[in-house]
Design a binder for this molecule. Structure first.
Ligand code: AMP
Length: 112
């Protein structure tokens, strides 16, 4: 079981900032920017590469919620970065699909 599944089950506490029937959003425990939020589906999809055509609406929901959370956090005007790490070369450590929402400082490009 992944650490994110334990968070979904309430077995591990987290600083939750949003939840609905399809996803939850909480603060990253090791923030890489002043704002670092993770948005994860309740459905256990290990990586973006495992998403199926039937997950299309869910992926859209996650993206729209990410924009709403950004608006609520007041980072919309200055901007932010949305990242999905996929598998080994993508730097993914937790095998439960998640979106990183990063903001609050000038982010560099390209990423490392
Ligand atoms: P990734 O490398 O894309 O799989 O990202 C996993 C993220 O989960 C990392 O940024 C971690 O800091 C974060 N993380 C791991 N455990 C926890 C936790 N218990 N609560 C919040 N964030 C976590």
């Amino acid at each position: 079981m992944t650490i994110f599944k334990k968070i979904l089950d309430g077995a591990i506490p987290t600083q939750k900032i949003y939840e609905d029937d399809h996803c939850i959003a909480f603060k990253d425990i090791h923030p890489q920017a002043p704002v670092h939020i993770l948005i994860i589906p309740r459905k256990e999809i290990p990586t973006l590469a495992d998403a199926k055509p039937e997950d299309q609406a869910l992926l859209g929901h996650l993206m729209i919620k990410t924009t709403e959370i950004a608006r609520q956090l007041g980072i919309e005007e200055q901007g932010y970065r949305v990242v999905i790490n996929c598998r080994q070369h993508g730097g993914q450590e937790v095998a439960h699909l998640h979106i990183h929402l990063l903001a609050g400082r000038q982010l560099k490009w390209p990423p490392g």
